[in-house]
Design a protein around this ligand. Sequence first.
Ligand code: NA7
Length: 528
Amino acid sequence: MGTAEHDVIVIGAGFAGMYALHRLRGAGFRVRVIEAAEDVGGTWYWNRYPGARCDITSVFYSYSFDEDLQREWTWSERFATQAEILAYARHVAERFDLRRDITFGTRVTGAARVGEDWVVRTDTGEQLRARHLVAAVGSLSAARVPELPGLDSFAGPVLLTGAWPAEPVDLAGQRVGVIGTGSSGIQAIPELARTAAHLTVFQRTANYSVPAHHRRFTAAEWQEIQEGYPAVRAEALTTYAGVPIETRPAALADSAAERAARYEQRWQEGGLGFFFSYQDLILDETANATAAEFLHAKIAELVHDPATAKALTPDSHPVGTKRPCVDDGYFETFNRDNVTLVDLREHPLERVLPHAVQAGGQEHDLDVLVLATGYDALTGALLRLDITGEDGLPLAEHWAAGPSTYLGVTVAGFPNLYVLAGPGSPSVLANVILAAEQHVEWVSDLLVHLREHGLRRAEAEPAAEREWNEQVAIAAGATLFPLADSWYLGANVPGKPRVFMPYAGGFQTYRELCAEIAADGYRGLRLS
Ligand code: NA7
């Protein structure tokens, strides 16, 4: 076949893919981005459900690579709405003239090694060829529709939080059912309850959530943020999660009164800071139990009906081992007359009927069904690309027992394939935008290194990949994370291998390691 018309094909124009395009193009590579949606934004393009926001502070959940971009953009609120984040993504696309190299409305249906290139097929029948392939498809982008008996028979609209219609949906005055109480359900439920005639929440697992205390930045606050931006950005890079949050080492080193005061302060501040009150909350069950006790008492205080409060109180997993949630009046919503909680553990979901959901023998009448049922996280979007590596090896086969990567970025047997913010990286346990920037810069530097040394190919050594998988397992094993049936572990997808997928050793540790490996001539990669 002829020579490749692109140096790099990037799949996905979310925050990782957009920066990959900007950075690689700036380094002189010919880049083409393929994006299924009609515009940039990734997650923030698809997740338009009522109440959708980021629960990492807007000033941190944004690009850091360009100081002018940072200075000229003003975030209006502490936790940005989906609409504002999407507007930001569009602004970035304009500002860096990204759209001219992005093909929108086109889904990649396959990618295979042919000779020394990647050949990528799309659903528009196109075939593209490139030396390198970057998968920037997102960690939480393959939305899951659970197999609920009778779902197809439902007469009204079935709406997925992760693929919400682009046109506004008016659910006012309707009888709405929501299945799922993860971050998406917990954000949507208070919003839906405000206008629905009745809202029925079907909960399988009660979740921990803390208030967001949404607020707009004042002018003075914004000025202070701008002045301190470079310093906090530098600090963010030295933290576990890529967000500067003051933390203390050990919960039990404080007295019970000091702990209570600290938890209360973090609760009042709002946001994920609560879960970083003490470093050992995620490491030590006794420490964790102190946070659980505080949160259980809050639920009992906020929810008037004791039986409902009990059903909303998590008892199946330690605090923070499922992705903790941030809400806007979630628990209080269950005090409303037009809201009913159905505890699916007591009353299992039996079937969906044309105008109702039946659980525990009772029919709950509905006009609309909202599925906030999560994602085939971290691997789902990668595997549906149907990637075939050297010697015809499908990625699905290589990953049959769970994902296997070197540094979360490269895969043995799949030369010149780079995964951004995927399994084996710390991205979903950190500020994913900073994590994506780090990946992009590492990959871009690697491609420049190859070019400068007249090399054409980079591939993870199988031994290095095995060692990294062990490091990922060791890091997870040192935490309480494996104690929950979470999407981190693939536990939410029937039949998915139970492997803790993210690297839990911390963003700062990971960054330093990646930098050291690059400085060491890309140790663990075979360059040729
Ligand atoms: P999550 O966090 O995976 O939540 C999905 C929810 O849907 C969760 O409560 C699940 O219960 C529930 N679920 C899934 N399948 C079913 C079935 N079959 N029946 C009943 N309930 C079900 O996804 P989100 O979209 O909320 O959040 C994803 C991430 O986005 C979040 O963690 C942040 O990082 C941002 P389960 O807990 O599995 O029992």
